[in-house]
Design a protein around this ligand. Structure first.
Ligand code: APR
Length: 514
């Protein structure tokens, strides 16, 4: 049975098949080999046994192969013309560069196929057997890597790439991934995408924080990178994610703003919810508010109320709350967004920007209204609806600063009129602008956010959260997720929260039905 993404115009198709790769009549099959290339168990054993002893003879002259690399031989008694021997990484928990090495196996195999004019190629699930790579993560990396290469190839060198699943778990995983490309994401994928998308965007922006747009025009950020402004290793996320994840952890026990603030203080003074136990990036308004909390001030005195307190320090962490209350009445969404912003940023402008953001989240999660519209149109409609709902709550004297947001003018502004500064209005304008310019590609939207310069991590965190929400978790490049500091802990927390939101939505539906 074959499944697959229909061959988009002028692009090789990706198909999924169950069964034994040694039986396929294709130009090339890929072997999941060991570094000696001298045969083994699993698919390696099956290929050597079906190809016959001459294969081993040729392999012996190849001098082995490094993990992540691949070498090519004849097909011998196989129906396939050639065999590409790729050496996958042995899974050691994910901190040994396994994800990049696995992606490299697929990249190198397709490079060899192109060099030898091999237009149909079949892959086993490399490293998913003896080498123990978690199947879901390996399949996501494989599919993303293959599709990226086929998109660039545009049908020039390849006609078909076949994913061969010998095991049912591998088949089921690929089937889910391929199906997810053909339909809008569900609530779980949107919630997970919003939270992981925030952390990935933050980590992408950390190395470039405070760089000017002119500087980034000269040398744009094009991938997850490290060091730079804060001299942190690649995948390091900052205060945006720490405070958002602290909010997630708090909300898992219910709505309790004081508990949120207590966790913010543990973050600032004890390194709670940080990548490596230390804090390297804190906003002034946030630090002052947490200090007042620690010194025993009344809750109403924690958040800064002056006009100068309108940084993006509450907007950057509001997504978890927005998700938590997305199905509540509008008044409650506005009130809780303002209250949670007000823990550190209590000026109406910062609070109402968070309220507007939460109402955009509400609209994007309301499938009934916009299932048919594409992501770009859904985003625009969501902003229009959210603007209508928040407008009555905006005081007269605040209305002018919200003008470009409430009229949607920000979405189509010229880049020169969009600022990546830490001012809360600029941050939401810039994030919505990036999302509107690249509505179907998480990668392009968050890189556009980073390359606006200035407060790059926060603009990219907010953009990433919006894009992950609108497109779902599978829109986030798997290698960027794999490269996050404390990837497993971050993923687990976000997944648990997504499960909770889904459970509550199901309970609410059941209640309505009864
Ligand atoms: N056709 C297609 N896929 C197969 C076949 C086959 N005939 N036999 C096994 N597979 C699948 C497995 O079910 C698994 O999903 O190939 C995938 C890769 O599993 P392994 O073959 O165990 O390869 P890997 O996990 O990469 O480990 C490689 O195992 O076989 C040894 O010599 C090999 O040392 C190397 C290591």
């Amino acid at each position: 049975m074959t499944l697959g993404t229909g061959a988009p115009q002028g692009r090789a198709r990706v198909t999924l098949r169950r069964g034994d790769i040694t039986r396929l009549t294709v130009d090339a099959i890929v072997n999941a080999a060991k570094s000696t290339l001298l045969g083994g168990a699993g698919v390696d054993g099956a290929i050597h046994s079906a190809a016959g002893p001459d294969l081993l003879g040729e392999c012996m002259d190849l001098g082995g192969c490094e993990p992540g690399d691949a070498k090519i031989t004849g097909g011998y008694r196989l129906p396939a013309k050639r065999i590409i021997h790729a050496v996958g990484p042995i899974w050691r928990g994910g901190r040994d560069d396994e994800p990049n090495l696995l992606a490299s196996c697929y990249r190198r195999s397709l490079e060899l196929a192109r060099e030898h004019g091999l237009r149909t190629i079949a892959f086993p699930a490399i490293s998913c057997g003896v080498y123990g790579f978690p199947i879901q993560r390996a399949c996501a990396i494989a599919l993303w890597t293959i599709e990226e290469i086929l998109e660039a190839d545009a049908g020039e060198a390849f006609d078909e790439v076949i994913l061969v699943a010998f095991d049912p778990p591998v088949y089921d995983c690929y089937e889910r991934l391929l199906a997810a490309r053909e339909r809008p994401p569900g609530l779980r994928s949107r919630v997970l995408g919003a939270l992981v998308g925030l952390v990935v965007g933050d980590a992408l922006g950390v190395p470039a924080e405070f760089k000017s747009r002119a500087e980034l025009k000269q040398a744009p950020v094009t991938d997850m990178s490290g060091y730079g402004t804060h001299d942190q290793p690649p995948g390091t996320w900052s205060d945006d994610s720490s405070m958002a994840l602290a909010t997630v952890a708090s909300l898992l026990s219910g709505y309790d703003p004081e508990d949120m603030m207590d966790r913010f203080a543990r973050w600032l003074y004890e390194g709670y919810m940080t990548p490596r136990g230390k804090v390297f990036d804190v906003g002034n308004a946030t630090a002052s508010a947490i200090r007042r909390f620690r010194d025993g001030a009344l809750m109403s005195e924690w958040g800064g109320r002056s006009e100068r307190d309108n940084g993006n320090g509450s907007l950057m962490r509001i997504m978890p709350l927005s998700l938590f209350v997305h199905a509540a009445p509008v008044e409650e969404i506005i009130a809780k967004s303002c209250e949670v912003s007000g823990l550190t940023h209590a000026h109406p402008r910062a609070e109402l920007t968070c309220a507007l953001f939460s109402l955009i989240v509400r609209a994007l999660l309301d499938e009934s209204i916009r299932a048919e519209a594409g992501p770009g149109e859904r985003l625009r409609q969501a902003l229009v609806e959210a603007a209508t709902l928040v407008k009555p709550a905006i005081p007269e004297d605040e209305a002018p600063v919200f003008e470009r947001l409430l009229s949607s003018a920000a979405l189509d502004a010229d880049e020169d009129d969009i600022s990546g500064s830490g001012y809360v209005i600029h941050c939401l304008e810039a994030s919505l602008w990036c999302a509107a310019q690249h509505p179907t590609r998480y990668r392009d939207a968050v890189l556009a956010a980073v390359n606006l310069g200035d407060d790059t991590d926060t603009t990219a965190a907010v953009t990433g959260a919006l894009m992950g929400l609108n497109l779902g978790y599978q829109a986030i490049p798997p290698l960027w997720v794999e490269g996050l500091a404390r990837r497993d802990a971050v993923f687990r927390l976000c997944r648990d929260f997504a499960e909770r939101v889904v459970e509550e939505a199901e309970d609410a539906r059941a209640e309505q039905a009864s």
